[in-house]
Design a protein around this ligand. Structure first.
Ligand code: SF4
Length: 371
């Protein structure tokens, strides 16, 4: 799965060649990809591009997050020509801008925006989202020239539930035995699930879980960290944790647990189930819920995973996360949880400054832990 995570487009192109199937790209963990799966289409998460931006700057401002800029750049460089369609959830203004620019530059490609409610727990949200999903489904079906039966969608929802349960089991195992698997490998497994057919991924993951269950628990005294933030797709940073002998025990990341947590019960109308799943998933800072306090959620995660500190990985120019950061930092300080903010970009940057800051943070945590 680490090979797939390192070269996801190669994997997807091979899948397409092998099966003759179609592939649709999507942004953000708020797109109800189960609909694509139910039609036999492979959903593929677009997570930016590691090359420096060359073409996108004449279309989009330089102060937009690098997830959006490098993804557009990759498309303009014709690196995403193998995609049969691209779909955007309205997660933030940057994604909405990207959707408009994309439509303008690639008019021949299928694209659509699914507009989710910002307040996910108001009474009207479920009815509204069910209608919006149905609208997208009809457009998608017209494009494919086939209908998606209710039973097909229900089956896909069950397959996704199974995959989410297996990923949750992996996280529980890692909390208990962080020595058994590196933080990078865990993120690779989650990332691979965004490119493989879910049933194939679940089968591989079940085998990996079997092996991991037999690894003995090691009561080592490594510094235990929780990661918080948006997209983390930088092996350089993850390897730094290993180099500094700090273990990642849990995360609240768009490319980590926030992608798969929340499993919706398996009966009822599939469109309703889909709407409920995306309204009840752990919200990201672009969504609001009067029921959910992100600060308390993070503090509880730290306590439950017995973490010594939090590393906040924020993709530069991400407004929703940046607006939340002061509140998160304040609460962690009030609860005496040490934390460190690291700004990231999708394109790999020099790691030296990050190494120095992370090293100082981990050393401080080691001293605190060992008295
Ligand atoms: S990283 Fe932030 S700004 Fe960029 S697409 Fe995600 S939510 Fe929007």
């Amino acid at each position: 799965m680490s090979t797939i995570a390192a070269q996801p487009y190669t994997y997807v192109k091979n899948w397409k060649e092998r099966t003759g199937g179609r592939v649709f790209g999507y942004f953000c963990s708020y797109f109800p990809e189960e609909l694509l799966h139910a039609a036999g289409v492979l959903p593929m998460r677009i997570l930016g591009d590691k090359e420096n931006v060359a073409l996108a700057d004449s279309h989009i401002q330089a102060f937009i997050c690098s997830l959006v800029r490098t993804s557009l750049d990759a498309a303009l460089k014709k690196k995403l020509e193998f995609l049969d369609g691209v779909v955007f959830p309205h997660s933030c203004d940057s994604i909405q801008n990207l959707a408009d620019i994309w439509r303008y530059n690639f008019p021949e490609q299928f694209s659509d925006v699914v507009v989710l409610p910002v307040w996910v727990d108001v009474p009207e949200a479920e009815q509204y989202l069910a209608q919006e999903i149905s609208r997208f489904k009809s457009k998608f079906e017209r494009h494919l020239g086939r209908q998606i039966a209710g039973a097909e969608l229900s089956k896909s929802l069950d397959i996704y539930n199974e995959n989410r349960s297996a990923l949750a089991a992996l996280y529980a195992l890692r909390r208990d035995k962080p020595n058994a698997i590196s933080g990078q490998t865990v993120l690779d497994i989650v990332k691979a699930s965004m490119y493989m057919r879910k049933e194939d991924h679940t089968a591989l993951l079940q085998e990996a879980l079997e092996e991991l269950r037999s690894v003995p628990r090691d009561d080592d005294q490594s510094v235990r960290l929780v990661l918080y933030g948006n997209v983390c797709d930088d092996p350089g940073i993850m390897h730094l944790f290993e180099e500094l002998e700090a273990v990642v025990v849990d995360d609240d990341l768009c490319t980590g647990s926030r992608y798969f947590l929340h499993i919706e019960p398996s009966d009822g109308d599939p469109i309703r189930r889909l709407a409920q799943r995306y309204l009840r998933k752990i919200p990201c800072p672009s969504k609001h819920s009067s029921d959910f306090d992100r600060r308390t959620y993070l503090v509880n995660m730290v306590r439950q995973s017995k973490a010594d500190g939090v590393v906040i990985l924020l993709l530069k120019f991400c407004d929703p996360h940046a607006f939340d950061y002061p509140d998160i930092s304040k609460r962690l300080t009030e609860d005496q949880i040490p934390h460190l903010l690291i700004e990231t970009e999708i394109q790999p940057a020099s790691i030296e400054q990050t190494r120095t800051r992370l090293q100082a943070f981990v050393e401080m945590l080691k001293e605190k832990k060992n008295g």
